[in-house]
Design a protein around this ligand. Sequence first.
Ligand SMILES: [Zn+2]
Ligand SMILES: [Zn+2]
Length: 397
Amino acid sequence: MDIEELKAVVTDEVDALRSELVELSLRIHQNPEVAFEEVKASAWLADYLEAHGFAVEKGICQLPTAFKASYGSGKPVIALLAEYDALPEVGHGCGHNIIGTAAVGAGCAARKAVDALGGMVMVVGTPAEEAYGGKVFLAERGAFHGVDAAMIVHPHVVDRASTRTLALIRLEVEFFGKAAHAAGDPHRGINALEALIQAYNGINSLRQHIRERERVHGVITHGGEAANIVPAHAAGVFFVRAESEAELNELKERVLNCFKGASMATGARLEYSWSSYYAPLRPNLALAELFGANMGTLGRNVLPPMRRGLGSSDMGNVSVLVPAIHPAVAIAPREVAAHSPEFAEAAASEEGHRGLVDGAKAMAMTVVDLIARPEVMRKVKEEFADAPAGQGAGAVA
Ligand SMILES: [Zn+2]
Ligand SMILES: [Zn+2]
């Protein structure tokens, strides 16, 4: 069987599984589970893979809702990554039901390539992309050891084989003040909410003097107990983003100073912690070229590789360890915003199902390229090895 015939076999297999994949995607969509609570979604995806001949390990790397499913043996090892966490309130407003199901569909279809030519296809279930970064922990704890290339496909408003993302870090803050009667004894109180609001406004002022692509945004998660008690406790979560790790480190300090300044001004004690560093995505362009060509055969208008980052993903942490891509597949018109109820609706629509199927097909066809053509796999690895210093494996924070 030549490569084109084998690609037809894997795409036919995705079509054969279509109704089951759509049912699985809709079931996850209708049962949204937020970061690290994806008990049902991870089990449904892992069980489906097990029923299709994969060897499944659940709860890998001390993450109960992560899993690894492998089929075949030997080299190359191609990892397809699944996400399945939802957002609070907007449910699957990022369409991770499609990401998870596309990875599973591509994995099942790629069995045909493994049966014909050898190698291994692996589906890795990666929880909590939206909040804590399951891949941050999976990458640190060795889940991608021995993997030769990794792919994930994200629903979007355009089709693109190569995207970029910003470095991100999460900041959790708490201010501790002193409760007092807000009218009777205000001079005895220390107002933790005022501290948080001053810091919030400080960030608003800072924003005028940061780089174009840098982002700072957050929410107040606790602001006091009652209007007549001076708030003794206030808390918030903020994300800080920049194009590189070095620029992020500069910005982090400036953001933290907004909180330190507010602490001094109000007398409220500050406690904070930084966590979940998402590395900027380093797309492997050789791999993206294969994926883009395959996606083009499905009649999609594949846009050129993104030059600068937008948003962030813990896939960045995978991309500094192994050659990786994070392509986008269109499921909604351009005017639809990600993380909105409209995007959640698209993730369960006919166009969403088409995105799922085409994403799975393009990944499965790319697995065929990597397994059937050793020279292509070599080119992907050479590009990865030639990356500029500081962007290799050691760059994961
Ligand atoms: Zn998202
Ligand atoms: Zn997402």
